[in-house]
Design a protein around this ligand. Structure first.
Ligand code: BGC
Length: 380
């Protein structure tokens, strides 16, 4: 028990360090919590919402956690950490992942309701497809917390815990620009753009944040998207499937780059970054500057060896710890903690508990992971 607590504490400290580092390296831009998707309201309005589970619930109650899939390291970590940390806190945990299949996720949530869960934590596959089942949870008096992704088009959500998704995209776009200047000499540069799974509400936000940084450089000719594919719909990767990204990259390289060098690629996460890099190597290109997300072990190694330029860390242990803090507040009858960040989900303004993501390159990796022994191990 103690060890787990220490790990969470170490991670929190590590995040604090990372945040202060990010503030130093990017003029303080990264620590701002609000994103265009989330509107900040006057913090004087922010009082805890005690209408949910006003009397609290038993300290050994059942808590459900419904995850979209286990296809990237962050979701596997979330599954393991929720189990450990909920049980350590004395709760009974039902943890399930739905293999990216919406009906499977709907029926897993149904069965959490039937099993008497007091809180259900949901990382949706498709942010807009859980409305009915979440309304049902709400009617049963169950608190619903969105995890890592927004829950859209439903009143059945009490709050969402996540890293700023527009800010994540901005960091990816900025890292791509910085990496091009550092690694590829003077421009102009040839680049391509990739987005994540279109059903995931984070994916368009990541892309939007990145384009805030990249579009002016495309407009002034510093960057050329040689394929001409610049809309999110053209660049998205169905189901965040690395193989689909790799085959899109193969086609782009054979169709547009037989006589050109590709200098950089915007990638929405680490799995897709590695697919893009592999496709580029297979096509005989110099490795382009590629962004990423998740600080997956394999990509941390690639960043360290110079094969992938950057990733973005959004530490799962910090996100899980924040979620459990909210569950404990509900358990004690203290309601949802106050927050002054809200996002409209199509039906209601949702409380957002937003944490700051941090960019990682070879230059700052040792500082960012100073309190993460597993990732420090990879920096050798
Ligand atoms: C998460 C990323 C993850 C992606 C694919 C996104 O919603 O924020 O961490 O890489 O889903 O699983």
């Amino acid at each position: 028990m103690k060890k787990l607590f220490k790990t969470a504490l170490a991670a929190t400290l590590s995040l604090a360090l990372a945040i202060s580092l990010a503030a130093c390296t990017s003029g303080g831009r990264t620590e701002q919590p609000a994103s265009p998707a989330a509107s900040s309201t006057d913090s004087s309005n922010a009082a805890p919402d005690t209408s949910i589970n006003a009397n609290g619930f038993a300290a050994d109650a059942t808590i459900g956690v419904s995850l979209p899939w286990l296809g990237t390291q962050n979701w596997q970590e979330a599954s393991d950490m929720f189990k450990n940390q909920l049980e350590t806190a004395g709760f009974k945990a039902i943890i399930q992942a739905a293999d990216n299949k919406v009906p499977q996720q709907q029926s897993q949530i149904e069965s959490m309701i039937e099993n008497g869960a007091k809180v259900i934590v949901v990382g949706p596959i498709d942010g807009s497809q859980l409305g009915t089942v979440l309304e049902k949870a709400k009617d049963a008096g169950i608190a619903v917390i969105g995890y890592d992704r927004l829950l859209e088009n439903t009143t059945g959500v009490d709050g969402v815990v996540q890293f700023g998704s527009i800010e994540t995209g901005r960091l990816q776009g900025q890292a791509l620009l910085d990496g091009l200047a550092k690694v590829k000499g003077a421009g102009p540069y040839n680049i391509e753009l990739f987005g994540g799974g279109p059903a995931d509400p984070n994916a368009p936000n990541f892309f939007k944040g990145a384009m805030e940084i990249l579009q002016p450089k495309i407009d002034d000719g510093a960057l050329t998207v040689v394929s001409g594919q610049t809309d999110f719909t053209q660049c998205a990767t169905l189901d965040w499937d690395n193989a689909k990204a790799q085959s899109r990259m193969d086609s782009i390289l054979s169709g547009f780059y037989s006589d050109k060098e590709i200098h950089g690629v915007l990638s929405p996460n680490d799995g897709i970054a590695r697919a893009i890099i592999t496709a580029s190597e297979n096509a005989g290109q110099q490795i382009p500057v590629v962004s990423g997300l998740d600080a997956e072990n394999e990509s941390v190694e690639w960043v360290w060896s110079g094969r992938q330029y950057s990733t973005v860390a959004k530490p799962t242990d910090v996100l899980v710890a924040k979620t459990i803090e909210i569950i404990k507040s509900l358990q004690g009858g203290n309601g949802m903690p106050a927050t002054d960040v809200k996002a409209n989900n199509g039906k209601i303004d949702v409380n957002i508990y937003e944490l700051p993501p941090v960019v990682v390159t070879k230059d700052n990796a040792k500082e960012i992971f100073a309190n993460d022994p597993a990732r420090m191990e990879l920096l050798k």
